[in-house]
Design a binder for this molecule. Sequence first.
Ligand SMILES: [Zn+2]
Length: 154
Amino acid sequence: MPKQLRLRTLPSEESTLRGKNLEIQFPLSAEILDLIEDMKLTVKKAPGIGLAAPQVGKNLMLAIINLEELGVKPFAIINPRVISKSIKKTEMDEGCLSMPGQFGPVRRPAKVEVSAYNEQGKKVLIKAGKLLAKVLQHEIDHLNAVLIIDKMEK
Ligand SMILES: [Zn+2]
C-alpha cells in the first residue's frame, strides 16, 4: 500500500530542497516505482497540484503532477527538461508545499514544451499552456533547486 511521506519545508530543510537532484536510471527499480505511488498519495492528501522528489527528501529528478481538477489522473515526470518556452510570460499566484503560508505572484512563460520519461519508461513530449505549463515549470524548478521565493516579485 502506498504511504504518505513527510513534506520537507523551509527553513529547516533548505539543504535538501537546494540539493543536487540525480537523474533516474531505466528500467525503473521497484524502489522508484514505490516512491512514485507514495508521492501520488502524498500530493493528493496535501492537497497539492504538484510535488517534486526533493520535497519528500529524495534528491532525484522526479515529480508528480496532480491536476485532477482538470480531469487528469496524477502522473509522473522523470528526468524532465523544458525544451522550449513561449516569449510571452504571464503571472500567476503560486504557493508551495515546502513553504506553507507563502503565496505570491510568479511570472513565467505562458507555454512550454517539456521532454520527460513517463513511469512506463517511455519518452514523452508535453506541450502545455495555462495551469499545466505553470505547474510543470514550478516542479522542474524544484528539480533544479529553484524555489518560488527566488522568483516572486519583490
Ligand atoms: Zn513547490
